[in-house]
Design a protein around this ligand. Structure first.
Ligand SMILES: Nc1ncnc2c1ncn2[C@@H]1O[C@H](COP(=O)(O)OP(=O)(O)O)[C@@H](O)[C@H]1O
Ligand SMILES: [Mg+2]
Length: 217
C-alpha cells in the first residue's frame, strides 16, 4: 500500500534519514522504535506527507506523494490518513463529539457523521464523554477521543507518534489494547512510533531505527 523508496531527509547540513527502503502492506501493524533522535518522527511525517523527502520517494497506492500539490496532499491526508500524536491536539472549545467530527467537516464525506463519530466514541469507551470538553476529560480519555477523530474518515492507515508517551501505565495499556483490537478485529493498518516496550511488542512487524536507518528486521 505504501512504498518507502530510498528516502533521505536532511535539515540544513544535518542528514536525518539516510536511505530508508521499506513497504507497508494493508493490514500491517508496524511498530517503530529506536533511540531519541534516530529519525522516527521525521519518517512518520514523510509517510503522512506532512513534509517532503530530500531524495527518494514515498508512494501511496503507487502514487508518489511528491506529485501532489500541497492542497491535494492535505485533502489526501484528511481522507486517507489518521494521525495521532503524543499530545492529543483536541480543540478546547469543541466537545468530544464535535472534535471527533472535525475531519468530516473538512473532507467530502459528510453523511452520517455524527452516527459514525458516536459509534467510534462508543467503541473506544468514551461515549459517556461525548458532550464533554477536553478540559473535562482525563488524559487517557482525551487520547481516545483523538484516536476516534483519527479514525472518523475510515483512513487507509493510522499513524501514531508516541500515542501513549504522555499517559500513565493504566491508560497506556488501555490505548495499547485499542490499537491491537483495531488491527486484529477491524483490519486497520497501523504504524506506531513508540518508546514503550509493551506497545513495541504488539507490532506484527517491528522496525528499529538507528541513526537515520532501519536496522535489519
Ligand atoms: N524541523 C527540523 N529542523 C531541524 N532539525 C530537525 C527537524 N526535525 C527533526 N530534526 C532533527 O532530526 C533528528 C531526528 O529527529 P526525530 O525524527 O524527531 O527523531 P525521533 O523521533 O527518533 O526522536 C534530530 O536530531 C532532530 O533534531
Ligand atoms: Mg519523535
Amino acid at each position: 500500500m505504501i512504498e518507502l523508496d530510498n528516502i533521505h531527509k536532511s535539515f540544513g547540513q544535518t542528514q536525518v534519514l539516510k536511505g530508508i527502503t521499506a513497504t507497508i502492506e494493508r493490514g500491517d501493524f508496524i511498530t517503530i522504535s529506536g533511540a531519541s533522535g534516530a529519525g522516527k518522527s521525521t519518517l512518520l511525517h514523510l509517510i503522512a506527507g506532512l513534509d517532503s523527502c530530500s531524495s527518494g520517494q514515498v508512494r501511496f497506492e503507487g502514487k508518489p506523494l511528491d506529485t501532489l500539490s500541497k492542497k491535494e496532499r492535505n485533502l489526501w491526508r484528511n481522507e486517507r490518513v489518521g494521525l495521532v500524536f503524543q499530545f492529543h491536539n483536541l480543540l478546547p472549545e469543541l466537545s468530544a463529539l464535535d472534535n471527533t467530527m472535525v475531519p468530516r467537516w473538512i473532507g467530502k464525506s459528510k453523511e452520517n457523521s455524527s452516527e459514525r463519530a458516536e459509534a467510534l466514541l462508543e467503541q473506544l469507551g468514551v461515549a459517556h464523554r461525548s458532550s464533554h470538553y477536553p478540559n473535562q476529560m482525563s488524559g487517557g480519555e482525551q487520547q481516545r477521543v483523538a484516536i476516534a477523530r483519527a479514525l472518523v474518515n475510515e483512513p487507509a492507515i493510522l499513524l501514531a507518534d508516541e500515542p501513549t508517551g504522555n499517559l500513565d501505565s493504566a491508560n497506556a495499556a488501555a490505548v495499547h489494547e485499542i490499537l491491537k483490537t483495531l488491527n486484529e478485529e477491524h483490519g486497520q493498518t497501523i504504524v506506531v512510533v513508540t518508546h514503550n516496550k509493551e506497545l513495541a511488542g504488539l507490532g506484527k512487524k517491528r522496525w528499529v531505527m538507528q541513526d537515520g536507518k532501519l536496522l535489519d528486521q
